[in-house]
Design a protein around this ligand. Structure first.
Ligand SMILES: [Zn+2]
Ligand SMILES: [Zn+2]
Length: 143
């Protein structure tokens, strides 16, 4: 777990790297995503921010900027709802969602490197993939 001043430094650095000015809402939202893994919907992010720190429209605007600059990844784990998560270049992972209790778990196995390498050989670059799993968790099977 990173200490809060480390999160603060990392947040400012990441924003600068992406050419975004370091504003209070951007810092709050990005540090939340660095500290707590998510993935979170925009509403969840808004609810987890300190009260009255920024309005919901600002949260949406910041998240869109983060997605455009690839600071943040989106996934579609629930029907019609986007989830956001920090795009950590060192921790590529996928999610499985329980179809009953909606619990989201992440795991790091990914067997898609071979496919990506083949696509690179075909001349593509900046490749990323999206793959989401849905199932029924152990707890819900007992219920
Ligand atoms: Zn479940
Ligand atoms: Zn993968």
């Amino acid at each position: 777990m990173l200490l809060s001043h480390e999160i603060e430094l990392k947040t400012a650095l990441l924003l600068k790297e992406k050419g975004l000015s370091v504003t209070a809402p951007r810092k709050l939202i990005l540090s939340l995503l660095l500290k707590e893994h998510g993935p979170f919907s925009a509403e969840e992010i808004f609810r987890r921010l300190p009260k009255h720190s920024c309005d919901q429209a600002t949260v949406y605007r910041c998240l869109n900027q983060f997605v455009e600059t690839e600071l943040v990844n989106t996934s579609y784990l629930e029907k019609d709802m986007v989830h956001f998560e920090y795009n950590d270049p060192d921790h590529h992972h996928h999610h499985i969602v329980c179809r009953i209790c909606k619990k989201i778990e992440s795991f790091h196995d990914c067997l898609l490197d071979k496919i990506e390498n083949n696509l690179i050989k075909k001349g593509y670059k900046d490749i990323h993939h999206r793959l989401e799993f849905f199932g029924i968790c152990e707890k819900c099977q007992q219920g």
